[in-house]
Design a protein around this ligand. Structure first.
Ligand code: UDP
Length: 312
C-alpha cells in the first residue's frame, strides 16, 4: 500500500497516543472506586473491554474530535440486500460517530437502488460497483477481496480509520469515539457469557488456515462489525482474503468464512480494544441485563427470500 502523506492524515499528525483534551471541559470526576462491577472491563492483555458506563462520552469525544479523523465504513449490499441500505445509513447518521467525518463505501451490484439519504456535514457516500453473486457465501467472503481492492484504490488516500460492517443492521444508540483504536473487535453476542473456549465455533479442521486447536482462544468475535486504523485494517482484511484463497486452493471453506480467519488472527494479534456485544446485538435475541444499551442490532430477515441461494 502506498505510504500516506502525513499532511492528509490528521491521525498521524496528532500522534494518536496523545490523548489531548481541551481545558475547561466540564464533566463528572472519574472514580477509582466505582464503575461497572457486573462485567469485566479489562482483557487479560490489559486493554479496555468497552461497556456502557466505562467511559465518559464528553471526555472521549473531546479527545477524538481534536484529531478529527476521517472514518471509512465499508459495507456490501449485493442483490436484495440493497433494501437494508436506507435504514442503516439513516440511523448511522443519527448515532454513528456523530460530528465526525464519515464516508460510507457502498459496494453493490445495484447502484440504482442506493437510496438518497440526507447526510450530516462532513459525511459522504461513495458507490463501488461489484459483480452479482449466485451464492451468499461468495458475497460474504468476496467482501475481503473487494474491500482490499477499494482500500488500495481509494480509501487509502481518504481515511484514517476503517470499519467493516454488515448492512442488515440498524443503529439504535450512540456508537462513538470510544470504539476507536488500532484494532477494535466486537464480542459475538452468542458466546460472550460462560461459553468455554472449546465450544466457540472456531474453525476446527487443521486443513483450514483458520484452524484453532482445542484449549486455545480468548473470545469469539463477530465479523459483522470490526474496525481500526486504516493500515491495520488493510493488513487484516487482506489477510482474511489471502487465507480464504489458500483455503480455496485446498478445497476447503472456513466454517464461518472470514469470521473464522478473523478469529484466528485476533487470537495471535490481540485487538487493542474489545467492544461488548452492545456494539452488535440482534433482533433475534432478548436483551439481557448486562447489555444496558443496544448500539446496533441485526435485523430479523427471511434468509430463504433475501439470499441468492437461500438457506442459513
Ligand atoms: N451480503 C450481501 N448480499 C448477499 C449476502 C450477503 O450484500 O446476498 C452482505 C451484506 O452486507 C450482509 C453481509 O454480507 O450484511 C453478511 O451476510 P448475512 O447478513 O447474510 O450473514 P449473517 O450475518 O446473517 O450470517
Amino acid at each position: 500500500m502506498e505510504k500516506k502523506n502525513n499532511e492528509h492524515c490528521k491521525v498521524d499528525s496528532w500522534k494518536i497516543g496523545e490523548l489531548i483534551m481541551d481545558s475547561g471541559l466540564k464533566y463528572a470526576q472519574p472514580s477509582t472506586q466505582t464503575g461497572r462491577t457486573d462485567v469485566n472491563s479489562l482483557t487479560n492483555w490489559n486493554v479496555p473491554l468497552v461497556w456502557e458506563g466505562t467511559f465518559d462520552p464528553l471526555v472521549i469525544d473531546d479527545i477524538y474530535k481534536k484529531m478529527d479523523p476521517r472514518v471509512a465504513v465499508v459495507v456490501f449490499a449485493v442483490g436484495k440486500y440493497t433494501r437494508f441500505l436506507k435504514k442503516f445509513i439513516e440511523t448511522g447518521e443519527k448515532y454513528f460517530l456523530v460530528g465526525f467525518r464519515v464516508t460510507y463505501y457502498i459496494h453493490t451490484d445495484r447502484a440504482n437502488e442506493v437510496p438518497k439519504v440526507e447526510l450530516g456535514k462532513g459525511r459522504n457516500i461513495t458507490i463501488v460497483t461489484v459483480p452479482s453473486a449466485t451464492r451468499w457465501q461468495d458475497v460474504v467472503l468476496g467482501r475481503m477481496k473487494w474491500a482490499t481492492l477499494t482500500i488500495e484504490k481509494t480509501i487509502n488516500k481518504e481515511a484514517d480509520y476503517l470499519f467493516m460492517m454488515d448492512i442488515d443492521s440498524v443503529f439504535h444508540n450512540r456508537f462513538g469515539a470510544e470504539s476507536l483504536s488500532r484494532l477494535s473487535a466486537v464480542l459475538h453476542r452468542g458466546y460472550y457469557k460462560n461459553t468455554p473456549r472449546d465450544s466457540f465455533p472456531y474453525e476446527r479442521r487443521p486443513l483450514s488456515k483458520a484452524y484453532i486447536s482445542a484449549g486455545e482462544g480468548d473470545y469469539y468475535y463477530t465479523a459483522a462489525v470490526w474496525g481500526g486504523y486504516l493500515e491495520d485494517m488493510y493488513k487484516l482484511v487482506k489477510y482474511c482474503y489471502e487465507m480464504s484463497e489458500e483455503d480455496a486452493k485446498n478445497k476447503i471453506e472456513a466454517v464461518w468464512q472470514e469470521e473464522s480467519h478473523l478469529n484466528r488472527y485476533l487470537l495471535y494479534n490481540k485487538p487493542t480494544k474489545v467492544l461488548s456485544p452492545e456494539y452488535l446485538w440482534s433482533d433475534y435475541d432478548k436483551v439481557p441485563g448486562d447489555i444496558k444499551v443496544v448500539r446496533i442490532s441485526q435485523l430479523v430477515k427471511n434468509y430463504a427470500e433475501v439470499r441468492p441461494n437461500g438457506g442459513q
